[in-house]
Ligand binder design. Structure first.
Ligand SMILES: *[C@@H]1O[C@H](CO)[C@@H](O)[C@H](O)[C@H]1NC(C)=O
Ligand SMILES: *[C@@H]1O[C@H](CO)[C@@H](O)[C@H](O)[C@H]1NC(C)=O
Length: 519
């Protein structure tokens, strides 16, 4: 009884606090700049957009994809900057490799940015006043110039774990010795060789991007906004915060300054009831349900027929039911345990009690959803950070990986059966789910708090580490080491000179005294 009273009173207290904190919030103008964004980037940020709008802020979102239905306090500006529909062929993407794809895409990214700058609705934003700007920190660099024009503080949103090439501008260098690059298949514990590769990779990528990209990016915004605009580095060092789409349970613990905050998993939520046909299919999967989806960018129906048949033949030999996200809903040779669906409410399926396995490209959002819902993975990485996500999931003991370029029926079937029959994968997935969910507040609440914090304190300049002002040599104390080593060498040299001199003097004296004796 006493306990109950306590509970009720705490509830009132909490409600009181909550209500009063809502009273304090004034309505601010918030702008999301996401012209270069895939559907999944947008889906990652959508919970923050909604939460800010729900707290009565006026939110403007610039992006190439609409959020769906209109909502209160959200204004959407749709720009002609969709570039991700170029990346729909899974095998071609896989064969090309991520880095080469990234650098090739930069030219049409710049073109798209230039187009956005000239669109009327975008231009009209110059006339407005914003209290906070968010920038999608992936290929959107030409918009730093625009942010400068608004004069508002800004927060970077990263669609993956923020790389050191970004965080180093706010003084948060990720040590190459235990933070693996998202492009490399390493974990936090690395051998000497891996550490060397990781270090050189980060260094060379920085140098390459610095030498080839920065002036092109500056050229785009200077052409649109004026030649006197500061350099990219100046803008990058002016970020108020970085929201990194990661969580240490998945992407390894790493040192983060207070202005770099992990908000990974904002979009994760408990499963709801499914549409009728899917609900029946999932409920009826007495031996378990498998979900197969390659995500929103890659189109399953672009895979060659030979590869499709490999999957189909293996599925037909399983007793589990398979739900396959497939864009054209016809397949003549469909086995009875397989259902195709153009659209899949992924989390509602992943949270279904009959789900046993998720076959995925291993995009970050999908991986986070699988972790949240505690589902084992069969990862089929295609490009970008998917290799790393797959590798990390494998190291986490809840996943196996398939190479789509040379997948065979035997390999696929062995791995699916191993994942279904060996209990350890499901157990590890459940354990990870538990620690991923165990947080002091939800990732969205955290993101909202820090967003409003930056607005309350006009850019929160007091959070900035002095490291922002240091160059690489100062940051790593290389200059101090250099002075120490030079001093040491000088001392050694002086000591050596002195010793030689002393020895000479002694020898001379001895020689002289010997001479005297002999006389
Ligand atoms: C969008 O941009 C492309 C490339 O410049 C152009 O071909 C297309 O006509 C544009 N679409 C619209 C609706 O303006
Ligand atoms: C830096 O950010 C502040 C807001 O926090 C802004 O007023 C200022 O103009 C920015 N300066 C540069 C060089 O971007």
């Amino acid at each position: 009884m006493k306990l109950q009273v306590f509970r009720v009173s705490t509830l009132f207290l909490l409600f009181g606090l909550f209500a009063s904190s809502i009273d304090l919030v004034t309505s601010e103008n918030v702008l999301f700049i996401l012209p270069i964004a895939s559907k999944s980037h947008k889906r990652a940020y959508e919970p923050l957009i909604n939460a800010l709008a729900a707290r009565n802020h006026q939110v403007t979102v610039v992006s190439p994809v609409k959020l769906g239905k209109d909502r209160e306090n959200v204004r959407e500006i749709v720009t002609n900057t969709s570039i991700f529909d170029r990346f729909s062929d899974p095998l071609k993407l896989r064969a090309q490799g991520t880095l080469s794809m990234m650098f090739q895409s930069y030219d049409f990214v710049f073109e798209a940015c230039q187009r956005a700058y000239r669109e009327e609705e975008f231009l009209s934003l110059y006339k407005e006043k914003f209290d906070l700007v968010f920038l999608n920190a992936f290929m959107n660099d030409p918009f730093y110039g625009f942010i400068y024009k608004t004069g508002a503080p800004y927060i970077l949103l990263t669609p993956q774990a923020a790389p050191t090439s970004l965080t180093e501008f706010v003084g948060n260098v990720m040590p190459s010795s235990f933070v693996p690059s998202a492009m490399l298949p390493f974990r936090d514990e690395m051998s000497f060789k891996e550490r060397a590769i990781n270090f050189l990779f980060n260094l060379l990528l920085d140098l390459y991007v610095g030498a080839t990209m920065n002036h092109k990016i500056e050229a785009v915004y200077r052409k649109e906004l004026g030649e006197d605009l500061p350099s990219l580095d100046v803008f990058r060092r002016n970020a108020s915060m970085i929201f990194t789409n990661s969580h240490f349970t998945q992407t390894f613990p790493r040192p983060l300054l207070p202005d770099v905050v992990e908000i990974g998993g904002m979009h994760c939520k408990p499963a709801k009831a499914l549409p009728k046909d899917l609900q029946e299919f999932a409920d009826g999967a007495k031996d378990g349900l498998i979900l197969f989806s390659l995500g929103s960018i890659v189109q399953g129906n672009q895979m060659p027929d030979s590869t499709r048949k490999v999957f189909m033949n293996v599925f037909s030999r399983l007793k589990q039911r398979v739900l396959w996200k497939w864009e054209t809903e016809v397949m003549s040779d469909l086995p009875s345990n397989v259902k195709l669906s153009k659209w899949v409410p992924q989390q509602d399926i992943l949270g279904h009690p009959n789900l046993r396995l998720f076959m995925t490209h291993g995009g970050l959002l999908s991986t986070q959803e699988a972790i949240y819902h505690g589902s084992p993975l069969l990862a089929i990485p295609i490009f970008g950070d998917q290799n790393l996500n797959a590798h990390q999931a494998e190291l986490g003991g809840f996943a196996l990986t398939i190479e789509i370029l040379d997948v065979t029926e035997e390999d696929l079937e062995t791995k699916i059966r191993e994942l279904l029959e060996n209990k350890k994968y499901a157990e590890n997935a459940k354990k990870l789910s538990k620690v991923f969910r165990d947080q002091p507040e939800t990732p969205v609440e955290r993101a909202v708090f820090w967003s409003e914090y930056v607005m309350r304190h006009n850019g929160a300049h007091h959070m900035r580490s002095a490291a922002r002002k240091l160059n690489m040599f100062q940051y790593h104390s290389i200059d101090v080491f250099a002075v120490l080593i030079i001093s040491l060498l000088v001392i050694l040299w002086v000591v050596k000179l002195a010793t030689v001199k002393i020895i000479k003097v002694i020898c001379c004296r001895r020689a002289k005294s010997v001479e005297k004796k002999n006389q």
